[in-house]
Design a binder for this molecule. Sequence first.
Ligand code: GH3
Ligand code: MG
Length: 496
Amino acid sequence: MSDSSQKAAILYDASQAALSGAALDEVLNHILTIIRDHFQIRSGSVLVLDKTQQNLYLGAHFGPGRLHTGDRVALHRGLTGEAIRLKRPAHSAERAADMRRGEKRSEVAIPLLVREEVVGVLGLHSDQPGYFQTDTIDVLTLLATQAALALENARLRALEQRRAGQLEVINAIARQTTAVLDLDELLAVVCHQLLEWFRADHASVVLVEGELLRVRAHQGRLTPSFATGSALGPDDGLVARAMASGRSILENDLTNARGYIAGFAEALSEICVPLIFGGERLGVLVLDSAQKGAFDAADQQPLESVADICAAAIQNASNFHRVKELAYIDGLTGIHNRRFFEMRIGEELERASRFQGRVSIIMVDIDNFKRLNDEFGHLLGDEVLRSVSNIFKQQLRKMDMVCRYGGDEFAIVAPETAGGNAARVAEKLRRQIETNHFPGVPRQVTISCGVADYPTHGITRDEVVAAADSALYSAKQAGRNRVASATLRKEFSASR
Ligand code: GH3
Ligand code: MG
């Protein structure tokens, strides 16, 4: 190997291989084949540095040897370790011990360097003692440079593929989430997408609610130690820490994690990424895995981008929810309005018809309210409407629903209340109002009520409401400040 044109030819060959864009093992094998064909070498190997595991693995080899492709070896052993440490070729002739033993073979380890950094080692054995002379090592070092280039290219390609993959995830999640306006549905989509794209066994979304953090959704195969909707304290575990710091927390060994509170029986790794929108911390995305070391730092960045998209979608959905809520709220009294009543009464009647249940409607109207306005002014009239609403809310069960139907009229929907009961409820309300002192109103305020039931007085919404309305009319006719119940439906009365 002294002919310089031959040297140039093999270097050209090696550089072509390195730049070919072929798979890494193919390129490394090609370079080793060039070495085998042009040098007196019995066995050769390319060891690739694995920085995260702090060891080397066999990338390619030829000739006899104990190792197989992919096998791992320690960093600091023998000539290889020396080459890595010194960042220059190390060969056996330099080693006095080998010389003394009268070593028959010779060996060289050449570091593969990218800029100043070792990315692997080219290891070669020859049967000729003292084979690796300076000029031979020089040529081999140039070949090693090509192998290093191939390794660097492969690393960049993998990085590029990973980035492209990450962009795909981000785009997919953005597409899946932006149009979902129902918060619960959105959170289910978010969990599903996280499981689809990240190496996790369970995905959860924790959202801020006042002082609390609440698990609003979760999905996966791990066994939770909490119920959906349960609250975490402000100091509970990694989630709270991510929330408090506004930074992601990656814990790859939960058995030793500081302040970890087990959310899942099998979890060994967890990553918590805060959901931040417009500077406001909305909650935390949590991924759990039953594997130790499941997440790596490279997952964190794309997960944070995904969290940004989710935070925007969550904010959007809750704004929509708030606007929708507002559309069903009466501005003066803060209770639900007629639109809400009409929507909910339909749902209640449907439920009652499916389960043979009952629903009562109480229509309420303030007596002589026009006069009250005239006497004490419209503003005080407004105040009375608010007080009446509050009294109704306090007196009714949680499952009952009170709405301002319009003007001084209210509608109450009471599920599972049979006729007599609803009339008793109405009577209680009537008495409360009659005996209540309304500040600024130096006389009694009274109401009249009409009560009707599904299915006794009607089947459709309009029938039941009309029945309650005509009962209310009867109460007014009969002198006000009283409760009247609807009469039976015509077909029922006819059959009597
Ligand atoms: P009745 O006993 O027959 O119900 O007599 P009424 O005077 O209460 O008559 P009606 O229920 O028909 O009149 C409702 C009145 O409520 C008419 C209107 O002046 C008043 N009103 C409606 N909306 C408001 C409101 O938002 N604020 C105030 N202060 N008054 C309202
Ligand atoms: Mg009235």
